[in-house]
Design a binder for this molecule. Structure first.
Ligand code: 3UK
Length: 538
């Protein structure tokens, strides 16, 4: 096999990464562990059985994973898919996610993991936009994926379930194909800067954009954030409540443990206070990754009954700002700190963060070594400390471009800098304080939520004349959507109509996108040109 290694010089700060001229990242993250003697070490502990059920959690060793990755890569190549072709994955957190993702990369294909909480309309768009050659999905998501495929103007040549009963799909499952494939696979030629995988990122009005990441990017986040900021070690056991299809979860639950030679605990089902606590008690992770909304819900559950969280040495939060009050209550209740950090799909992972030896509650912390941050005012000039402005970020893990969207690429990625769309203040000690978005986008439970999408859904309802959706702070000081509605007939205002509108939203939008408050108003505040003034509703 050719040399596909990366050398890490930790004597410098940031650590210096030197990539071999041939660099297929699957070799560093998968095959390297065999030559380093980890073949028998457990890399994945899956909660429950392969179906996510209550018993018989699956265990996968590094050796088994490497063989599974090779089989998956060979199975994909066996379909006749060529170099650079996209493989869309709508797959729950389970070993097959790892095998497909790394098998595709090792074989020279481009995996595109997609949010499993979306609806058919979203999937249809991503299937068409990515022009994927293959789509592979967990049986759990068939109800949204199959209608998307039926409607899609451009259909992938290969559509497969990961496992389960293929009778309705007509063909073999991916598991069956992989089982029959060889477990020997040479890494496809690649360089550190070649396209490697995509992640879709949502925008205010436009459709989701495929952020194209290079082979080097997971190395950069694993080293600069995973090891050098968070202090991950090979004896760590990582458990991410955030799913693998988010850039956040992909690092926490897969690429970081693989970079460190550590172990990941995968929870295939939804992360509730109960399911996450049970997982922690049973699988004893040392590092836990959540989002503020989950920490708030877990705190409420801890008020009702104590749980054993003693295995956890550090917790991480990202996706939206962690209120200082949640940090304080969590520390009081559990004795463990939560390290808040801001990351993005475009940067791949966290680039400004608190750390165990340097915590300022209520802030995003300081810049992670290896990244540069700038805050600029409306005129594009550097904002002074204490002054708010637009946050730009630069570093070795940022996306190369948005697929099929040169205009957005030019807007967001300028001379190596990525415009985060966030307003921040840097204080005179170098801590970054989040001050909100520059657009109307919201984070709900750490996941993007466009007010326009909820408004469009509400307006579809026969009783609704106009709708405006804005973020409103809930009891935990976390933002959730609130809807202001002008009805065609004001006499319809009331609980019954509220319920009908809620049902309407829940049936057509991803589950987390429904308005938590509905208020009926006589009119919406507008500009002279008729544009809704959302800031007046906040
Ligand atoms: C917001 C935060 C305040 C902010 C992500 C960790 O969230 C991630 O990626 P997304 O592309 O969203 C990025 C946007 O989310 N945000 C994220 N974290 C924080 N705001 N405090 C925070 N701690 O608006 C940012 O621009 O979904 C998080 C790792 C990888 C990620 N992709």
């Amino acid at each position: 096999m050719r040399d596909h290694s990366v050398t890490v010089d930790s004597s410098t700060s940031p650590a210096t990464l030197t990539f071999a001229p041939n660099f297929n990242v699957a070799v560093s993250f998968i095959d390297r562990h065999l030559s380093e003697g980890r073949a028998d070490k457990v890399v994945i502990r899956q909660v429950g059985g392969s179906d996510g059920g209550p018993d018989g959690g699956a265990e996968v060793t590094y050796g088994q994973l490497a063989a599974g990755v090779n089989r998956a890569g060979n199975a994909l190549l066996g379909l006749g898919i060529g170099a650079g072709d996209r493989v869309v994955m709508i797959v729950k957190d389970c070993p097959a996610f790892y095998e497909l993702f790394w098998g595709a990369i090792k074989a020279g294909l481009v995996p595109v993991p997609i949010n499993t909480l979306l609806r058919a309309k979203d999937y249809q768009y991503m299937i068409e936009d990515s022009a994927c050659a293959a789509l592979i999905y967990s049986p759990e998501f068939a109800g949204e994926v199959e209608p998307a495929l039926a409607e899609a103007a451009r259909k992938p040549a290969h559509v497969m379930l990961t496992e389960g009963d293929p009778s309705d799909g007509g063909g073999a499952t991916f598991a069956a194909l992989a089982a029959a494939a060889s477990d020997v696979l040479e890494p496809a030629p690649a360089t550190a800067d070649d396209d490697c995988f995509w992640l879709y990122s949502s925008g205010t009005t436009g459709r989701p954009k495929g952020a194209v990441h290079a082979h080097r990017d997971m190395v950069v986040t694993g080293q600069h954030y995973g090891i050098d900021t968070l202090g991950l070690r090979q004896d760590d056991v990582c458990f991410s409540a955030a799913k693998l299809f988010f850039a956040y979860g992909l690092g926490n639950g897969m690429s970081f443990p693989l970079w460190c030679g550590a172990t990941a605990v995968l929870l295939p089902g939804p992360p509730t206070p109960d399911s996450t606590f049970e997982t922690i008690e049973t699988y004893r992770p040392t590092v836990f990754f959540g989002v503020p909304t989950l920490y708030a819900a877990q705190l409420r559950a801890l008020d009702a009954a104590p749980r054993d969280l003693a295995s956890v040495r550090v917790c991480v939060s990202a996706g939206e700002a962690l209120p200082a009050d949640i940090f304080r209550r969590w520390k009081e209740k559990t004795g463990t700190v939560i390290l808040d950090g801001i990351g993005s799909t475009e940067a791949l992972h966290i680039f400004i963060s608190n750390r165990l030896d340097d915590i300022a509650p209520g802030t995003s912390g300081r810049v992670v070594p290896g990244y540069d941050a700038r805050i600029i005012d409306e005129n594009g000039a550097e904002a002074a400390s204490g002054e708010s402005g637009r946050l730009l970020i630069k570093g070795g893990s940022t996306a190369k471009y948005y697929w099929n969207n040169p205009q957005k690429t030019a807007e967001v990625m300028v001379e190596g800098w990525v415009d985060t769309g966030d307003t921040y203040i840097r204080d005179d000690q170098g801590y970054y304080h989040y001050c909100g978005r520059n657009d109307d986008m919201m984070k709900v439970g750490g996941i993007w939520c466009s007010p326009f999408e909820i408004e469009a859904k509400l307006i579809e309802h026969a009783k609704v004349l106009e709708a405006a959706v804005v973020g409103r702070a809930d009891a935990d000081n976390l933002e959730k959507p609130a809807a202001y509605i002008v009805l065609n007939d004001a006499a319809d205002a009331g609980e019954e109509t509220s319920q009908a509108l809620l049902e309407h939203c829940k049936s057509g939008l991803a589950k987390y996108k429904y308005p938590r408050w509905i208020e009926f108003v006589e009119e919406l505040p507008k500009t002279a040109t008729g544009k809704i003034q959302r800031f007046k509703l906040r």
